[in-house]
Ligand binder design. Structure first.
Ligand SMILES: [Zn+2]
Ligand SMILES: [Zn+2]
Length: 146
């Protein structure tokens, strides 16, 4: 089983997770835009498989979800909502995690200053078929939807 690791920019927060990880989904919602400065690209893993060291500050961005960041360097690391998985912002993973972008959600809320130019699936809002996609094992192709 593969182990993934990641950290914030300053290194105060580290995490590891034993694979598999979900293919990466981009979220263009207003909350992701505000918190990241652009849009979010996140993978996810079963919550209990993620080991976090260091101090993560959690911000309740809605009644059902919170966002985890490092309060030293400000890096956005996690999104935690209902469901069994913890979303992990893909840019915080170390090395080459061998993951691919697999789709876009909340495209109706995207910023006007860019276009989504790939041919991947695009949902106007939330799309559980994408976000609950079967987890991929490191180095293998993405699996289908549940
Ligand atoms: Zn940090
Ligand atoms: Zn979002």
């Amino acid at each position: 089983m593969s182990t993934y690791s990641g950290s914030c920019l300053c290194g105060a927060v580290h995490y590891t997770t034993a694979g598999p990880l979900r293919p990466v989904i981009a979220c263009h919602c207003a909350q992701c835009r505000k918190s990241s400065g652009h849009h979010v690209a996140a993978t996810s893993a079963p919550r209990e498989s993620v080991r976090i060291s260091g101090e993560v500050t959690w911000y309740a961005s809605s009644v059902t979800a919170k966002r985890g960041f490092c309060d030293i360097c400000g890096s956005n690391l996690f999104w935690d909502g209902a469901g069994a998985n913890l979303s992990i912002f893909a840019g915080t993973l170390d090395g080459d995690p061998m993951l691919k972008l697999a789709g876009h959600i909340f495209c109706d809320d995207k910023g006007s200053y860019y276009e989504i130019v790939d041919d991947l699936p695009k949902a106007g809002g939330r799309d559980p078929a994408m976000t609950t996609m079967v987890l991929a094992t490191k180095g293998t192709a993405m699996a289908g939807t549940t």
